[in-house]
Design a protein around this ligand. Structure first.
Ligand code: AMO
Length: 407
């Protein structure tokens, strides 16, 4: 039966079988050291003589587990017999054996199928997986219902400018920029919903923070007083994500030397009007400055209505501002959210009567909707800020951007 690399130390003195990839190999003449990589980590194999197995050969190896101070986990496999399961056609153009990949980001992304095998690179996606688990678990505890909504849609949900269009049986359609309309609609059914999945933005700019497809972690809830009720949920969810990483991805945290944040009991917030920004939106430099001033987590509330989508609820006392917010984390916007309009008449007014493209969406409001709000967190940006990656492509398995459609 197959034993994993991290289980080897429980088998000292016995013959066991490992399986995985040849991660690295050192031939010293009389002996050869083979480092085997499996899903759990690395194991050292010591063989007499030379071993003719190039890196990335997929092997099964039977041998004796022997205690050894120099080996990973203090154990190595000796007296091995190898069985080759598959041989690489050629050597990958990346040196996976290095502690960190040395190649440029374009090369790393061009060869994603193999570069993702590197333990350091793979670890970022273990953080992502644990974060997703934490997001779901936190919202499950709060009685949210998980939903899956269409990604082929009839209208743009955010700014129309960056929607991908497609031919839907001869009619124009869009790739969903967010589950915004459906998550609101389903508040009318479940009161509290969440969804995780891909969303699409035809981002015209080549920046370190924008992808054409990313993973949106969305939630929406009814019967709120205002956006501060939503911000309270964001806090619980982000704390739950950090907790899940601690519990489920400890090895990745250690490998990447991630400093997990302490999510304060109350995340500080500042109104947009108090940020000292003259424009209608924050620039990346403003986000960095504000986090330096206030801490690694900061809510900026009250963004000008002019820069928010039509479904945004205005601030009752100052209607040029909105009941919306962004959450900044370590100098980068990772969450957007807010209170929404909930009366049919308010939508007709906000759309200046041009309701035709939105008939499907407006159905919910015709038939009665509670005050509600929600938020969305960009998973790739969250993991980028955790790991200190300067480009969100580093924390995306197969990034889609202006130039990249393959792999
Ligand atoms: P927004 O458009 O601000 O809001 O997106 C929410 C969050 O998604 C992430 N994000 C991106 N990540 C990578 N590449 C992109 N091109 C990209 N665009 C956005 C960011 C951002 O904070 N419907 C609203 C959310 C809501 O109000 O509930 C929305 O989509 O982390």
């Amino acid at each position: 039966m197959r034993v994993l690399s991290n289980e080897l130390s429980a088998h000292i003195g016995r013959r066991v079988t490992l399986a995985g990839w040849v991660h690295a190999k050192r031939d010293l003449g009389a002996v050869a050291f083979v480092l085997l990589r499996d899903r759990a980590g690395l194991a050292q194999i010591v063989a007499a003589g030379q071993v003719e197995l190039p890196p990335e050969t997929v092997i099964e190896v039977e041998g004796e587990a022997v205690a050894s101070a120099q080996a990973p986990d203090g154990v190595e496999l000796r007296d091995p017999s190898f069985r080759v399961l598959s041989t690489p056609v050629e050597q990958p153009p990346l040196e996976l054996r290095r502690p960190r990949l040395k190649e440029t980001l374009p090369t790393i992304l061009d060869y994603a199928a193999v570069s993702l095998r590197h333990p350091f690179r793979r670890a970022a996606f273990e953080l992502a997986a644990a974060s997703l688990h934490g997001f779901r678990a936190a919202l499950d505890r709060l009685q949210f219902t998980e939903i899956s909504t269409p990604k082929i849609v009839a209208s743009a949900t955010e700014s129309g400018a960056n929607a991908f269009t497609l031919d839907y049986f001869g009619r124009p359609a869009f790739l969903a920029q967010s589950p915004q309309f459906y998550k609101q609609t389903l508040v009318g059914v479940f009161e509290r919903v969440y969804e995780t999945g891909p969303v699409f933005r035809a981002e015209p700019h080549d920046t370190a923070r924008h992808l054409a497809e990313y993973t949106s972690l969305d939630a929406e809830l009814g019967f709120i007083s205002d956006h501060f009720d939503v911000m309270a949920i964001v806090r619980v969810v982000v704390a739950g994500m950090v907790e899940a990483i601690r519990e489920r991805a400890a090895a990745a945290v250690e490998r990447l030397e991630v400093e997990l944040p302490d999510v304060p009991a109350e995340i500080p917030w500042v109104h947009f009007a108090e940020t000292g920004v003259d424009e209608l939106d924050l620039a990346p430099a403003d986000e960095r400055r504000l986090c330096e001033e206030f801490g690694e987590f900061l809510f900026v509330t009250g963004y000008p209505m002019a820069k928010r989508p039509f479904y945004t609820h205005p601030e009752p006392a100052r209607p040029q501002y909105s009941n919306s917010f962004d959450l900044l984390f370590r100098g980068l916007e990772i969450v957007t959210g807010g209170q929404r309009l909930h009366r049919y008449g308010d939508y007709v007014a906000a759309l200046a009567g041009k309701t035709e493209p939105y008939e499907g969406y407006l159905q919910a409001f015709r038939y009665g909707m509670p005050p509600h709000g929600g938020f969305a967190l960009g998973l790739e940006r969250w993991v980028a800020r955790l790991t200190g990656a300067s480009n969100v492509r580093e924390t995306t398995l197969f990034p889609r951007d202006l130039t990249r459609l393959v792999p």
